[in-house]
Design a binder for this molecule. Structure first.
Ligand code: IVH
Length: 661
């Protein structure tokens, strides 16, 4: 092939790839398979390797390039990146509207979610992405071009012909759905954990090695053309153009024609807040007509044509009264902050996690400090930082204990782990967790067996293992403080009843590391009995679709341990149901995947219905899946299912299938 022909082909391939890139990363609506996309990219890479002179910076092959940087260059913004004035109540919003109406008639507003991420400015010259920067102090920011290039929803070349030269502003965010898992991985690797998705986004963009950034699931929303060679009549039109140029523009943006409608929008959006996969901290109201925007102008700090309505904060400062050590189900020692109770986003918080001792040291959090507490991207509140300026000098540092605070065993810390552990399998703390977990609602669901009762049973030496629960007698229980005939009877009855809970709940209740509810259901639908499960090797377990290597190994290790072998034997001896009678139901062998929340069924109930009918619940999408049941806010599984053209059904159809409708 000559160079001319190659140039033509390269051009065509790039256009095609860019088009599919937008379909996938911006519109969330791919029309070709990942494989086909990869093939196009490979073809382009091969051609570019043959004709290296034809490689240009905007080629889709050039997203991750170059060596790590030594530092970021500072760049001056052509126009300052202003912040927004805030309104904390609807009254303040109405006052703002009154001020606007003094200057402008027939005002329309565009209402936008206020994305809680990291603001960025992107510069395009001749349709090509040439530079991207952080906000910095508003007039100067860091040049983070190489990092931004790795984000797939940022087009390296603008689509369509109209927009060529422009500066576009928006926000980079870290999706909430992957944030917790990411933090866990960071913790395991001994690397920094982030207090919230925004910090994770900021921390990722500060990375000097773009190859690391490329592995982070960063995404964007763009919301403002700060200058360009096009004159827009309205903000709405500029957003439309951003969409056609290939940017991701938030789908919840709406136009309203008065302040009442704007207030309804705010109320409505706040109810959706928890369901979104990105954090928002309010609503931005923008005057729609650009002529009116120009008339209103800006102060040195913020534009007068926009205002941010802030939702209730999910952060608060309070005093850290103590740091206690909690010993977890697997023996991990976790420092926990005991706080002066504080309101955080409408919830009273008096405890917060400090993750681990490395974090505690890195953040230099001391007993007596005033600390910033946050609930975000995670249900467990956490201590973000201490306010060092408020120190009086008598704050105390909490060091890593040498001994388990519960049983006194010497703690262990392996070199490759951040975790500090109590090695004693019989440690009462671990036993307590194990029993609580076993009795919990999603496991064996044993009524009347709460934390306090378990404490008493352990204290009296009545239980050392799960199996001991089933050998408790009336006489034993009457020795417990506060227990009378009636409460003893109730407890014994619930324990007896739990023997019939079935295989999935039993597997879950055993508390095998990495085996959550869904893995337990998956295992129960593949193996007919606990013995069959116990016999499987890690390799055999890995054949079960949807089960990872770590989980498989953990299960095999569990059943190879002597004390667990004995435990299972005893459970069988006391009459525990450890076999699943497979019904040759209508759905025999059919595989189901659930994604999104179902309107009326909980996941365990829905999975139970599948298994009852002889079906199998799987956690990942593949060609072998027979039904994908989709609820509200489905995840990427839904996209994948569509791509594979699987049978997708809603809750009603599902109910009909399993015979409950
Ligand atoms: S418009 C000149 N729109 O909020 C107007 N900002 O507190 C530029 N933000 O620095 C801002 N979502 O980082 C605008 N839909 C949105 C936004 C938004 C989030 C951020 C932005 C800004 C900060 C001001």
């Amino acid at each position: 092939m000559n160079e001319k022909e190659a140039k033509k082909q390269i051009q065509k391939l790039r256009e095609e790839i860019n088009y599919h890139n937008t379909k996938y990363y911006v519109e969330n609506n791919p029309i070709i398979s990942d494989y086909e996309y990869d093939m196009l990219l490979k073809k382009l890479e091969t051609l570019e390797a043959q004709f290296p002179d034809l490689v240009t910076a905007d080629s889709p092959t050039q997203r991750v390039g170059g060596e790590p940087l030594k530092g970021f260059r500072t760049v001056e913004h052509k126009r300052p990146m202003l912040s927004l004035d805030n309104a904390y109540s609807f009254d303040e919003l109405r006052e703002y509207d009154e001020r606007i109406k003094k200057n402008c008639r027939d005002v329309e507003y565009i209402c936008e979610p206020k994305i809680d991420g990291v603001s960025i400015a992107l510069i395009y010259e001749n349709g090509i992405f040439v530079r991207g920067a952080t906000r910095g102090d508003g007039s100067k920011g860091d040049d983070i071009t190489t990092n931004l290039r790795t984000i797939r929803s940022i087009p390296l070349r603008l689509q369509g012909s109209s927009l060529k030269n422009a500066e576009i502003r928006g926000e980079v965010y870290f999706p909430i759905s992957v944030f917790q898992r990411f933090n866990k991985e960071q913790e395991k690797k001994g690397e920094q954990v982030f207090a919230n998705p925004r910090n994770a986004a900021a921390g990722s963009l500060r990375q000097l090695d773009p190859r690391i950034v490329a592995l982070r699931p960063l995404d964007t929303f763009l919301y403002y053309v700060s200058h360009s060679d096009i004159d827009f009549e309205t903000h709405e039109k500029s957003l439309e153009l951003l969409r056609t140029a290939g940017f991701r523009v938030n789908p919840l943006i709406e136009k309203v024609s008065n302040i009442d409608e704007a207030i309804s929008y705010c109320k409505n959006l706040e109810t959706k807040r928890e369901a979104l996969d990105y954090e928002i901290d309010g609503v931005v109201l923008k005057v729609n007509l650009i002529a009116q925007q120009n008339q209103l102008g800006s102060t040195i700090k913020h534009p007068r044509w926009a205002i941010a309505f802030k939702f209730t904060a999910k952060q608060a400062t309070t005093q850290l009264k103590d740091i206690v050590i909690q010993v977890g189900r697997t023996g991990t020692l976790t420092p926990v902050a005991i706080l002066e109770p504080a309101q955080v986003g409408g919830v009273t918080v008096s405890r917060a996690t400090l993750h681990n001792f490395d974090e505690l040291k890195r953040k230099d959090i001391r007993i007596g400090d005033v600390v910033l507490v946050e609930r975000s991207g995670d249900v467990i509140p956490q201590v973000v930082k201490s306010i060092a300026e408020k120190r009086r000098g008598d704050e105390k540092i909490r060091v890593i204990p040498r001994k388990c605070p519960v049983c006194g065993s010497d703690v262990i810390r392996t070199l490759d782990e951040v975790a500090v552990r109590c090695p004693n399998q019989q440690c009462p703390a671990r036993l307590k967790w194990r029993l609580e977990y076993f009795a919990s609602r999603d496991a064996m669901d044993i009524d009347h067996l709460g934390g306090q009762t378990i404490d008493k049973l352990i204290e009296k030496g009545l239980v050392d293992t799960i199996a001991d629960l089933y050998e408790l007698t009336e006489k034993d229980l009457l020795t417990l403080e506060g227990f009378k005939e009636k409460s003893v009877k109730n407890l014994l009855e619930s324990i007896e009843k739990s023997k019939q809970q079935g295989l999935a709940r039993l597997i879950y209740g055993l508390g095998i590391r990495h085996v959550g509810k869904y893995a337990a259901q998956l295992l129960a639908s593949h193996c007919c009995s606990i013995d069959e499960l116990a016999r499987k090797s890690a390799e055999e377990l890995m054949q079960i679709h949807g089960l990872g290597e770590k989980t498989a190994e953990s299960i095999a290790t569990f059943f190879a341990t002597q004390e667990n072998i004995e435990l299972i034997k005893r459970l069988k001896d006391i009459g525990m149901r450890t076999k699943e009678i497979k019904k040759e139901g209508s759905l025999s062998g059919k595989k189901f995947v659930f994604t999104g929340a179902l309107p009326s069924l909980s996941r365990p109930d829905a999975s139970g219905l599948v298994m009852k009918n002889g079906g199998i619940v799987s956690s990942s999408i593949g060609k072998d899946i027979d039904f994908v049941v989709v609820g509200t806010d489905p995840g990427s599984k839904y996209q994948k299912a569509k791509k594979l053209e699987l049978t997708i059904i809603d809750e009603n159809e599902f109910k009909k299938l399993v015979g409950v409708l």
